[in-house]
Design a protein around this ligand. Structure first.
Ligand code: ATP
Length: 270
């Protein structure tokens, strides 16, 4: 149903302090999304329009959804999330109907932040195959573009989207007045990983023998989501061992377990 396709969170709880290793991106999101919501007169006075839409792009699990939730939370806005894959519908007109509903709902609930995850599902470069399914996806994208074009940039609804596949996007959605502020969200650096480890063990009873800087150095290529999973798994090892304290050993066991599982699911050549 339509209601199920959208996730509405009137008071998201994620805050900027929960996000580690991407301070520049937090700053950029605050400038592009928070500032126009909380200080619209500034834009009025200076005589510039704030960015219409903010596109977050980068690998999975790096904090893109968190960024959108946090900015909604910190501005007391309703968070309305829609997955791009949900907009790809079987019946003609269903996808565009959902897009219209999305913008209508946001207007009713303003201030609001619309977040379209996996936007590439509806906004990829035109494929060669002219199947009817593609035509329907095209129509949905057209509806999205038309909603954005008819949008008051100085209003109380901000639009954000995310993708892991920036290179696949149709340039039409990146034109001025559409997603005209691009923010790259990369995997964390070693310092970022250390910070994310600290965040995800805040509520854990961690032994003094755990050196986060040293651990972070071992977690090359780990995303924030990978680090969150590692911390949980380390906690599970301590529990299994009947200990109240999580030790370095638990993190190492967790690391090994995750790496083993990874190996088993990786198809050779991929
Ligand atoms: P996807 O592209 O797969 O949708 P995403 O970039 O939107 O991923 P999130 O949903 O924001 O990723 O992150 C998933 C989880 O990983 C978060 O709930 C959080 O626990 C953890 N996480 C990811 N990035 C960070 C970060 N920078 N700081 C702290 N935790 C993070």
């Amino acid at each position: 149903s339509r209601a199920q396709a959208m996730e509405i969170d009137a008071s998201p709880t994620v805050s900027y302090g929960d996000i580690g290793g991407i301070d520049d991106q937090v700053r950029e999101v605050r400038e592009a999304v928070e500032e126009p919501l909380t200080n619209p007169e500034l834009f009025e006075t200076v005589g510039v329009d704030p960015p219409s839409g903010v596109l977050l792009y980068g690998p999975p699990g790096t904090g893109k959804t968190m960024l959108a939730k946090a900015v909604a939370n910190e501005t007391d806005a309703t968070f309305i999330k829609m997955a791009g894959s949900e907009l790809v519908r079987k019946f003609i007109g269903e996808g565009s109907r959902l897009v219209r509903d999305l913008f209508e709902l946001a207007a009713e609930r303003e201030p609001a932040v619309i977040f379209i995850d996996e936007i590439d599902a509806v906004a990829s470069k035109r494929t060669d195959s002219k199947t009817s399914g593609d035509a329907e996806v095209q129509r949905t994208m057209m509806q999205l573009l038309s909603e954005m074009d008819g949008f008051d940039d100085r209003g109380e609804v901000r639009i954000m989207a995310a993708t892991n596949r920036f290179d696949m996007l149709d340039e039409a959605i990146l034109r001025p007045g559409r997603f005209d502020r691009l923010i790259k969200v990369p995997k964390p650096s070693i310092e970022g990983r250390e910070r994310i480890l600290e965040i995800h063990t805040r509520d854990m009873n961690v032994s003094d023998d755990v050196d986060f800087a040293d651990l972070a150095a071992e977690l090359e290529e780990y995303s924030g989501a990978d680090i969150a999973a590692l911390a949980t798994e380390a906690g599970m090892f301590a529990i299994r061992d009947g200990r109240a304290e999580v030790r370095r050993r638990d993190f190492d066991d967790a690391y090994e377990k995750i790496e083993d599982a990874e190996e088993q699911t990786t198809i050779p050549g991929h």
